[in-house]
Design a binder for this molecule. Structure first.
Ligand SMILES: [Ca+2]
Ligand SMILES: [Ca+2]
Ligand SMILES: [Ca+2]
Ligand SMILES: [Ca+2]
Length: 315
């Protein structure tokens, strides 16, 4: 199942068509690129019960992956939702204190836990249905040799997979995350438990809701594996809803870039995300040029700039 999904192109319109007609002409998918977050540029400045935290809402990593012999660097920027406290020091006397809020690079490595992961801690504030969280945008760059740490040249990864975990909560606070299809998302897998994250395909995005019960971070019940193709940018919105309890409530989740935490994880078969039905005229066009099939490529920035999908951008 996964092999089939990974062989599809990321762009849904083309994918819809290619699934049937052109599968035989596509090359075998390369092994998925995995990510490691152990080489943050700069120093952490905060402390939390979960590990040292970065003081900035934008962080940079060298060498998160290797793609076709090229070294991949990553830049992660964030946008805050609601009254969320993130990337700042926290008063030790504050309610529900777990330490300073922010990214936790190389999460838990020193304790033999999930290795080279990227965790984060934030504080939601306000009850009665207040929504908190942050949107994280991870962009990939060529960091080979002299380009290392430069973040100048965007790099497209052909196949990417990683897990997001500890998306759960407790009785008064439920956690969720959502990801965008136009980043190249092709499929996802959730845990086999009946309490696993509930995935809702919203066409433009897929949202994963935890059921408001705390689980161990290594429990696939609060985790999902995401599969991307031809992606240079991945946006993940982590949110939480506070229905009661303390005014300030902490949230932790993390990204396991190489699925090392879930070597024996219990996940269901991957589910393909929705594809957009192809208009009849577009189908005819694709049929007419099927014989000279070119590699597809996605750049969301380009799509936004042009105002329409870049189906046939030539690499
Ligand atoms: Ca890992
Ligand atoms: Ca959590
Ligand atoms: Ca948990
Ligand atoms: Ca909490």
């Amino acid at each position: 199942m996964k092999l089939v999904l990974n062989t599809l192109t990321n762009f849904s319109v083309a994918k819809h068509f290619l699934t049937g007609a052109l599968m035989a002409f596509l090359p075998m998918a390369a092994q998925a690129t995995t990510l490691t977050f152990d080489q943050m540029i700069g120093q952490t400045s905060g402390q939390s019960l979960l590990g040292p935290t970065a003081g900035s809402s934008t962080i940079y990593f060298r060498d998160v992956a290797t793609e076709n012999g090229q070294t991949v660097d990553a830049r992660i920027t964030t946008t805050i939702i609601g009254e969320t406290h993130f990337a700042e020091q926290n008063d030790p006397n504050a309610e529900n204190y777990f330490g300073d809020a922010g990214f936790i690079p190389d999460y838990n490595n020193s304790f033999g836990g999930p290795q080279e992961d990227l965790g984060f801690l934030y504080y939601g504030n306000g009850i009665n249905g207040e929504e908190n969280g942050l949107t994280m945008t991870m962009e990939f760059f060529d960091g080979t040799a002299s380009l290392s740490g430069s973040f100048l040249e965007t790099l497209t990864l052909s196949n990417l997979e990683f897990a997001i975990y500890d998306v759960d909560g407790e009785a008064s606070q439920s956690e969720y995350f959502s990801v965008r299809r136009d980043d190249g998302l092709v499929s996802y897998a959730t845990g086999t438990s009946s309490q696993a994250l509930v995935a809702t395909d919203l066409s433009e995005s897929v949202r994963f809701d935890g059921l408001g019960t705390n689980y161990s971070e290594s429990d696939a019940t609060g985790a999902a594996i995401l599969y991307y193709e031809l992606t240079d940018m991945v946006e993940i919105t982590f949110g939480s809803l506070q229905s009661g309890g303390p005014y300030q409530n902490a949230v932790f989740s993390a990204i396991d870039g190489d699925l090392s935490l879930f070597a024996n994880g219990s996940f269901d078969e991957p589910i393909a995300v929705t594809s957009v039905p192809l208009p009849a005229s577009g189908l005819l066009l694709l049929l007419s040029i099927a014989g000279c099939f070119l590699p597809l490529r996605k750049s969301r920035a380009l799509q936004i700039a042009k105002g329409f999908p870049s189906v046939w951008g030539i690499p």
